[in-house]
Design a protein around this ligand. Structure first.
Ligand code: F6P
Length: 341
């Protein structure tokens, strides 16, 4: 078989590990051939390919980003997008596609499968918000980067008796905030699933100062105050209709200063959480996803996504994989709240 591989959506550490595993096993065990598509769905849409064989994937296991490039291109927003993809796959002699992506990229994969294109999905996102898999690779790396930032902010916050606010990514899910906040011993963790009360946040801040420590607040980019509106830095939408989230830490900074008179400063971690080398866990998970994805293609089991359940890799229907956003349940947040204040 000739198999196309693409990476779509926001990049994350571990994408290259998937590509390497797919190609290494596909060539050496099954004798398949591969072609890389550049920049997510833009590749098959425009016929933009790159050579992909064992030589091309040497040395990429620990490298962040993606050798194939990524974009948030939505072929269903393009005129005749599906027909163009079909035509380009036929011209390239490609029998099937392995699409590595999050909710949006896999949403396109599910629609293409329904439209008769042979696709297998691999879940990735630092947000960890896909309900069909216990974890996505990229998440562990992002959590470790955010945790290190919290550790570092503790010492400087205490030197200056300041409130330091760390804004982390995660879109509409609070997983990165929850895990890094717990691991870093945050004073308060604010997540999108639970609108927050400014007065309570300020009370936590004061109780922390009362114990002669300085408060660190970890806030997810999608968190909102009760009865507030979503803080956004602009109103521009991407091809999948998502607004860019950023700015809640600055709002908190102003409010905490105004209400408590304390010095408060915001740090926005932004794309630092997505760049650089993947953790061992993410390399392990990404590699296993790649091995199992190429098995699915080899067996002709299309329209599925590989998923982690416990330590087992299963296949789940793509439609199920993108059905529901996985958000932080109340009981997990309650565990973290034991340490607030
Ligand atoms: O979905 C991954 C993610 O990093 C989110 O956490 C964040 O909201 C978004 O992508 C940022 O996207 P971009 O890199 O396009 O600004």
């Amino acid at each position: 078989m000739r198999i196309g591989v693409l990476t779509g959506g926001g990049d994350c550490p571990g994408l290259n590990a998937v590509i390497r595993a797919v190609v290494r096993k596909g060539e050496s065990v099954y004798g398949h051939h591969f072609v890389g598509y550049r920049d997510g769905w833009r590749g098959p849409l425009t016929g933009d390919t790159v050579a992909l064989d064992t030589a091309a994937v040497r040395g990429i296991l620990p490298r962040g980003g993606t050798i194939l490039g990524s974009s948030r291109t939505n072929p269903y927003a393009a005129v005749d997008g599906v027909d163009l993809i079909r035509r380009n796959l036929a011209a390239d002699g490609v029998d099937a596609i392995i699409a590595i992506g999050g909710e949006d990229t896999l949403g396109v994969a599910a629609r293409l499968h329904a439209d008769g294109v042979a696709v297998v999905g691999v879940p990735k996102t630092i947000d960890n918000d896909l309900s069909a898999t216990d974890y996505t690779f990229g998440f562990d790396t992002a959590v470790n980067i955010a945790t290190e930032a919290v550790d570092r902010l503790h010492t400087t916050a205490e030197s200056h008796h300041r409130v330091l606010i760390v804004e982390v990514m995660g879109r509409h899910a609070g997983w990165i905030a929850l895990h890094s906040g717990m691991a870093g011993g945050a004073n308060v963790i604010l997540i999108p699933e639970r609108p927050f009360d400014f007065d309570k946040v300020c009370a936590f801040v004061e109780s922390r100062f009362a114990t002669h420590y300085a408060p660190i607040i970890v806030v997810a980019e999608g968190a909102t105050p009760i009865a507030g509106t979503m803080a956004t830095s602009d109103t521009e939408l991407d091809a999948f209709g998502h607004v860019r989230l950023q700015g809640i830490a600055a709002v908190l900074e102003t409010e905490i200063r105004g209400r408590t008179g304390r010095d408060a400063r915001a740090t926005v971690l932004g794309h630092l959480q997505r760049g650089g080398t993947p953790t061992a866990f993410d390399r392990w998970l990404a590699t296993r996803f790649g091995l199992h994805a190429v098995d699915a293609v080899h067996e002709g089991d299309f329209g599925v996504m590989v998923a982690l359940h416990g330590t087992r890799i299963d296949r789940v229907p793509l439609a199920e994989a993108i059905g529901e956003l996985k958000t932080v349940p109340a009981e997990l947040y309650a565990e973290a709240a034991v340490f607030f204040g």
